[in-house]
Write a protein that binds this ligand. Sequence first.
Ligand SMILES: Cc1cc2nc3c(=O)[nH]c(=O)nc-3n(C[C@H](O)[C@H](O)[C@H](O)COP(=O)(O)O)c2cc1C
Length: 184
Amino acid sequence: MKTALFVVGSFRAKSFNRQLAREAEALLAPRAKVEWLDFRAVPFMDQDAENPAPKAVAKAREAVLAADGVWFFTPEYNFSYPGLLKNLLDWLSRPRDPSDRTSPSVLAGKKCTVSGVGGRNATADCRRKLADLLAFVGMKQLRDREVGLALAPSSWTTDDLALDEAGRAALAEQASAFADFLES
Ligand SMILES: Cc1cc2nc3c(=O)[nH]c(=O)nc-3n(C[C@H](O)[C@H](O)[C@H](O)COP(=O)(O)O)c2cc1C
């Protein structure tokens, strides 16, 4: 069975995107094992602190290397992706072997897909900009079944994602397509 690494671009305890990721985990479970990346301890990028890599960065690199693919779940912040996700990807984009500047990063050639839930824009600008970044760092993206959802107005007060049937069906299609992609 393939392994998917889940990366959530929000540290908020009741994050709608983490709730979406939990739904995706259940949908993906029959086809792929899910691991969750905890990257709260990853510091801000500092080239003076790159070598040796901080422990949390080394751990994140190992988790990406061990996975067959990465599924990002992300909110949209100011029509883009959150800075914490950019910071993580900046660390992961550096050469694996610090003594060889031409060695590939752990992201190079790694399969991935993206989902996002947010306001009325359904994270469209976040996902568009993230796709550019993921292409630049050399990831292989599955964009066909990408899910972007707008929250129901009631969710803002209840903090409950309250995924409807259409949303769950779309996520199930993305999970199935991602499992196929991982197995291909
Ligand atoms: C700094 C900031 C900027 C935001 N900008 C946007 C935005 O551009 N579009 C949008 O739909 N929601 C925006 N939001 C609202 C988020 O969609 C909302 O806070 C959402 O709950 C975040 O996802 P999470 O529940 O997974 O943490 C913004 C929130 C923050 C904190």
